[in-house]
Design a binder for this molecule. Sequence first.
Ligand code: DAK
Length: 261
Amino acid sequence: MAYQNILLEQKEPGIYLLTINRPKSLNALNDAVLDELYHAVGEIARDPGARVVLVTGSGDRAFVAGADIIEMQDFSAMEAKAFSEKALRAFRSIESLAVPAVALVNGYCLGGGCELAISCDWILASEKAVFGQPEVNLGVTPGFGGSQRLQRLIGRGRAMEMLMTGRQVKADEALAWGLVNHVYPAAELMDKGLEAARMIASKGPVAVRLTKQALQLGQDMDLFNACVMESDSFALTFSTRDQKEGMRAFVEKRPARFQGK
Ligand code: DAK
């Protein structure tokens, strides 16, 4: 598929960069972007050599400044529902992607943009990043999972505050709240993202995938069953060549050469 609104590139073997590319609209998410995003994530999912995807926004002003208000303004309730479901499908595909997804937030990260970022596995931010859920300013609720994912990520009180006030949360506060993992000068964000991606790509690929799966599946399970599920993943890794190689390399005091098998 030829994309009009996103860029999908493989920066290095196994390392994908997915860029929302509507800089004139501060990368606002419209119907077409959501379709392309879903399709692109499917492409990555079908690549057995994929190791990690970095998700970012084009230009130096915004990650994504929300759902496209121009497109949404005249929606009927049923059109709004279809739009919301399209976003939920795309974001769920990132969340359930076997390999890790890391958001590189390079500017405004509002509404649907914040909902996209928190569908990734973690967030690296530039000092210019600004987070917010300003839906209440527009007379609507979040529609792309924000009210649910945000409270699971940063706790109920902080999520309530962001969602009830629409207040913009700057990078340093987002760091203190655990919304982002690290904050970097804007010029360093991409390099730091690639550094993290290389680190992930150098690890046992099956182990990385199963670890993501364990965290994703386990978060809504009771602790006992979640630990049983983790134990099964652990056991499964012992059927891989990577486990043999990883442990042999440790014993032989050399770097492991993983094959993802
Ligand atoms: N949609 C469409 N265009 C946008 C946009 C957006 N979200 N954000 C910015 N733009 C466009 C602006 O219209 C402007 O276009 P031109 O006028 O140049 O043609 C261009 O991007 C540059 O923006 P500004 O001129 O406004 O730039 P400033 O630096 O002055 O301000 C800003 C930057 C990010 C503070 C400002 O643009 C802003 O407040 N943007 C809107 C932020 C926002 O409210 N985002 C949407 C949040 S709501 C649902 C329920 C809810 C939702 C979806 C579905 N269902 C139940 C179905 C809601 C989701 C949301 O995301």
